[in-house]
Design a protein around this ligand. Structure first.
Ligand SMILES: Cc1cc2nc3c(=O)[nH]c(=O)nc-3n(C[C@H](O)[C@H](O)[C@H](O)COP(=O)(O)OP(=O)(O)OC[C@H]3O[C@@H](n4cnc5c(N)ncnc54)[C@H](O)[C@@H]3O)c2cc1C
Length: 450
C-alpha cells in the first residue's frame, strides 16, 4: 500500500482494492484478500461494527443462534452455542474479528464518491482520495428506509420513526402505536411496545410465519441440516422475487419463545391488513389479511412437512447433522393463525388514539455515492451474485445475493471466498465478465428489516 500525508489528518493512497464498510461483510472480505495477498484498505465512516452500535434498538438480540455467529477463521466458542447475542455481544464479536485478522481499517472515513478512472476507480472520501483497481461495496443493505410514497401524508400530530431510529418504548408518545410491517423487526417491536402498555395495531402483509423450535431443535438447526440456507441464487426460478421475501417472524430470547401473530393477538395487539394508503388523515388497510395469514400458514406447513420427510428419510444424517443434541421429538402441527372476523379497514389518525407510526417496512442499500452506471431504470444495482456490472466492482451482504444466507453473518464466508476468487482472477488476468445480471431488490416496502 502506498500512503502519503494529504493535508492535516488526511490520507491519500494507491491500493489494489478498496473495501467500503467495516461491518462483518467488509471484514470477512478483508480476511480473504489478506489470504490472497491482495493489497487493500477498508474504509469505514464510523467505527468497526458501526451499524450494530448505532442503528439497532436496545433490547435486540440476534435471531440466529450463537453457533451461527461465524466468520472466516473465527467463530463463537462460548458456553452457550444455542443462545442469542445481545447488541454489545455482537459489537464485541465483530470488533474482536477486526483485531484478530488485523484488518487494515481506516475508521472515521466516509466515502463520498466512487468513479471509474483509467483502468480502475477513484474513491473520494472526506479525508482524501484513493486510487484502486477494484472496489468492494460492503456498506450494508440497510442504508435507506423503504417508505411508501404516502408516508409524507401522516398528520403532524403523529410521530413517525423507522426501526433504525427506534431504541426503546420510553421514547414513544404514550398513545397507541401503528406498526407497519410484520417481518422479524415488526413483530419484535409490536411485542415490545405492547408490553410497555401501549395499544398496538400491526399492519400485516405478506409474511413468513416461523417457529423458534420444532421437534426439540432450533429452527435454524433444521434449515441448516436441510441445506435451505445454502441454496444458491442461480438455482432458483425467480431470484428477484426470492430476494424480496421478508425476514421470518423470529426472535432470539433466552426462553426460546415463538413470536407469531397468535402470540401477538394473545398480548392484545390488533391485527390489520397491509397499510395500503393514507387519505384525509385516515389509514387504509388492505382486506387481504386472511389471505396473507392463510398463505403463511400453508408455507409453514410445507416447511414442517419437509423437515418430517427429511427426518424419516435420513435417520443417519439426522444423527450427524444434529449430533450431540437430543433426538428429534415427534412431528407436530400448529393452530392456524387467528384472524379477527372483522379486521379494521381504516383507522382515523386525527382522532388522537394513535401517537406514533413505526415503519418496519424494510431498507435498501444507500449507494448514492456510487457514480458508476450500474443501476437499472428502477435504481437497482445490476449484479450477478455480487459481481457488479462494471469491471472490478463487487458487492456484499445483500439479501439472497449468492445464497439464501448471504445477508446473515454466517453467509459471508462462502460469498467472500467465491467473490475473492473472481477478484483475484480479475486482477491477474484483466476483466472477467460476469454471466448474468439480476437486479438487487430495491422496491419500496418489500425488503424486510431484520
Ligand atoms: C434489525 C436487524 C437484525 C438483524 N439480525 C441478524 C441476525 O440475527 N443474524 C444475522 O446473521 N444477521 C442479522 N441481520 C443482518 C445482517 O447481519 C446485518 O444487517 C449486518 O449488519 C450486515 O453486515 P454488513 O457488514 O453487510 O453491513 P453493515 O453492518 O451495515 O456494515 C456496513 C458498514 O459500512 C459503513 N458505511 C456505509 N456507507 C459508508 C460510506 N459511504 N463510507 C464509509 N463507510 C460506509 C457503515 O458505517 C457500516 O459500518 C440483522 C439486520 C438488522 C437490520
Amino acid at each position: 500500500m502506498n500512503l502519503r500525508p494529504f493535508g492535516r489528518g488526511r490520507l491519500t493512497g494507491t491500493v489494489d482494492v478498496v473495501v467500503v464498510g467495516a461491518g462483518h461483510s467488509g471484514l470477512a472480505m478483508s480476511r480473504q484478500l489478506t489470504r490472497l495477498a491482495i493489497d487493500h484498505v477498508v474504509l469505514e465512516r464510523g467505527e468497526v461494527a458501526n451499524s450494530w452500535r448505532h442503528e439497532r434498538w436496545d433490547s435486540l438480540r440476534l435471531l440466529t443462534p450463537n453457533w451461527q455467529s461465524r466468520l472466516p477463521d473465527y467463530a463463537y466458542d462460548g458456553p452457550d452455542p444455542d443462545g442469542f447475542m445481545t447488541m454489545p455481544d455482537v459489537v464485541d464479536f465483530v470488533s474482536g474479528y477486526a483485531r484478530f485478522i488485523a484488518a487494515p481499517v481506516r475508521t472515521g472515513v466516509t466515502v463520498t464518491s466512487v468513479r471509474a478512472d483509467d483502468d480502475g476507480y477513484r474513491v473520494e472520501t472526506d479525508r482524501g482520495a484513493w486510487r484502486c483497481r477494484a472496489v468492494v461495496l460492503a456498506s450494508g443493505a440497510h442504508g435507506a428506509a423503504n417508505l411508501p410514497a404516502f408516508a409524507d401524508s401522516v398528520p403532524d400530530s403523529v410521530q413517525t420513526l423507522t426501526t433504525r431510529e427506534y431504541r426503546h418504548p420510553d421514547q414513544l408518545d404514550p398513545r397507541g402505536v401503528l406498526v407497519v410491517g410484520a417481518s422479524a423487526s415488526g413483530v419484535q417491536l409490536a411485542d415490545e411496545i405492547a408490553r410497555s402498555g401501549r395499544e398496538v395495531t400491526l399492519c400485516v402483509g405478506e409474511h413468513i410465519r416461523m417457529l423458534r423450535t420444532y421437534r426439540g431443535l432450533d429452527i435454524q438447526r433444521w434449515l441448516d441440516a436441510l441445506g435451505i440456507l445454502d441454496e444458491r441464487y442461480d438455482t432458483i426460478d425467480d431470484v428477484v422475487r426470492a430476494r424480496r421475501v421478508p425476514s421470518p417472524q423470529l426472535i432470539g430470547t433466552p426462553e426460546r419463545r415463538t413470536l407469531d401473530l397468535n402470540a401477538l393477538s394473545d398480548r392484545g395487539v390488533t391485527l390489520a391488513g397491509r397499510l395500503a394508503g393514507l387519505q384525509d388523515g385516515k389509514a387504509q388497510f388492505s382486506g387481504a389479511l386472511a389471505n396473507h395469514c392463510a398463505m403463511a400458514d400453508l408455507k409453514l406447513g410445507r416447511l414442517l412437512d419437509l423437515i418430517d420427510s427429511w427426518v424419516e428419510e435420513n435417520p443417519a444424517r439426522l444423527a450427524s447433522a444434529v449430533a450431540g443434541l437430543r433426538p428429534a421429538d415427534a412431528a407436530e402441527r400448529f393452530a392456524a393463525t387467528r384472524v379477527p372476523e372483522n379486521p379494521p379497514l381504516t383507522l382515523d389518525l386525527t382522532r388522537g388514539r394513535i401517537g406514533t407510526i413505526l415503519w418496519a417496512t424494510g431498507f435498501r442499500p444507500d449507494l448514492d455515492w456510487l457514480q458508476v452506471p450500474v443501476f437499472d431504470r428502477k435504481g437497482r444495482l445490476r449484479h450477478d451474485g455480487g459481481v457488479v456490472d462494471a469491471p472490478g466492482l463487487y458487492v456484499l451482504g445483500l439479501n439472497f445475493m449468492r445464497r439464501r444466507k448471504s445477508s446473515f453473518i454466517h453467509g459471508a464466508e462462502s460469498d467472500v471466498r467465491e467473490l475473492g476468487a473472481h477478484l483475484v482472477t480479475y486482477l491477474s488476468r484483466g476483466e472477467v465478465r460476469p454471466r448474468r445480471f439480476e437486479p438487487t431488490q430495491f422496491a419500496p416496502a418489500r425488503i424486510a428489516a431484520g
